[in-house]
Design a protein around this ligand. Structure first.
Ligand code: UT7
Length: 331
């Protein structure tokens, strides 16, 4: 007997960003920088920053509720919760996914965190796709959520101007047509040092020295990350397309990780796409790491940029180093 095709589709999408806006001019008051430099070198005009008492699971919860509503589902329908984050509520345990499960009231639903930095959401979609295709679960919530402002060194102009806080979420469900066509993931752990939080983990646990050095803050060698990103975005997208016999000519719409407009422009040129085919909101949010792709996807869907039947590619890169892409026939 022929087995029925079982694919995953994005049945709902939602996002949330804190209200508090920090502009480039605000940053000039905090650190030795220049608003015009930030715009011309990154494309970022402002970012959202959480109040001190707000944690990652709070943002995740808002985005998750919006995604459930858009999928016309209730919390009780969920079978699995995945949270991609580099800024969990707690270091290691309990997971932010478990805290989110409790905040949503999704009693008993399995939940776990996934760490792939800015590529985390795409890794999460890939994991969820496998669970759906094998028939293990039907309704999976995948969230990318970050409060990066909490791990930034506000004296380091090479990093603090880039990042912001936010969350995005999707609900994946089974379908017999269209939906997620392919996921392609990659990693190069040998280059992990270029983007890291040096202390607070088992390699260098917290101590007075860590605190005095500020080694618990995010550190980055911007230039190698930039070069890697320019090369990998186009390559990752092409690999995922190639898996299903498609090429960059087949792309209707691209949702890239929102890190730097120059990186996005380089990818656009490599894929031979027009500006109208790419969603950009980093001018308003900065780089929100694992939240960036679902936050952009949600806005693109709500603005009607993506139509039924479109071939949509999600593509990202991040610390690890990691990269990944998802090809979707939108339905
Ligand atoms: O999700 C993944 C996360 N990371 C990324 O995607 C980041 C990838 N990297 C980048 O986006 C870029 O490397 C940066 C935006 C971080 C830096 O841009 P750049 O064009 O590579 O600048 P640079 O580091 O080569 O610095 C150029 C100049 C330097 O001055 P001098 O030495 O030429 O006098 C810097 O000191 O710009 C200076 N500079 C700044 N000036 C004002 C660096 N940061 C700033 C700043 N404000 N915030």
């Amino acid at each position: 007997m022929e087995q029925e095709l079982r694919r995953a589709k994005i049945a709902g999408v939602g996002s949330f960003a804190p209200e508090n806006v920090m502009t480039n001019n605000d940053l000039e008051e905090i650190v030795d920088t220049d608003a015009e430099w930030i715009i011309s070198r990154t494309g970022i005009k402002e970012r959202r920053i959480v109040e001190e008492e707000v944690v990652t699971s709070d943002l995740a919860c808002q985005a998750a509720k919006a995604a459930l509503e858009s999928a016309d589902l209730e919390v009780k329908d969920l079978d699995l919760i995945l949270v991609a984050t580099s800024t969990p509520d707690y270091l290691g345990l309990p997971s932010t996914a478990c805290i989110l499960q409790d905040k949503l009231g999704a009693e008993g639903v399995p939940a776990f965190d996934l760490a792939a930095a800015c590529t985390g959401f795409i890794y999460g979609v890939s994991v969820a796709t496998q669970y759906i295709e094998t028939g293990a679960y039907d309704n999976i919530l995948v969230v990318g959520a970050e409060t990066l402002s909490k791990i930034l060194n506000w004296d380091d102009r090479g990093t603090c101007i880039l990042f912001g806080d936010g969350a995005g979420a999707v609900v994946l469900q089974p379908t017999q047509s269209a939906g997620i066509l392919s996921n392609s993931l990659g990693a190069d752990g040998s280059k992990g040092e270029v983007l890291r939080v040096p202390a607070g983990g088992s390699k260098r646990p917290f101590s007075q020295g860590v605190l005095e050095e500020g080694a618990h803050y995010l550190e980055m060698d911007g230039n190698p990350v930039f070069k890697f990103a320019v090369r990998i975005l186009g390559k990752a997208a092409k690999e995922a397309l190639d898996q299903v016999g498609l090429s960059s000519e087949d792309i209707d719409y691209l949702i890239p990780h929102q890190a730097n407009i120059r990186i996005i422009d380089a990818a656009r040129k490599r894929l031979d796409l027009t500006e109208e085919q790419i969603y950009v909101n980093l001018d308003r949010y900065g780089n929100t790491s694992a939240a960036s792709v679902p936050l952009a996807l949600d806005e693109a869907v709500r603005e009607g940029k993506i139509k039924e039947g479109d071939t949509v590619v999600l593509v990202g890169f991040g610390a690890g180093l990691t990269w990944g892409a998802t090809v979707i026939e939108w339905s």
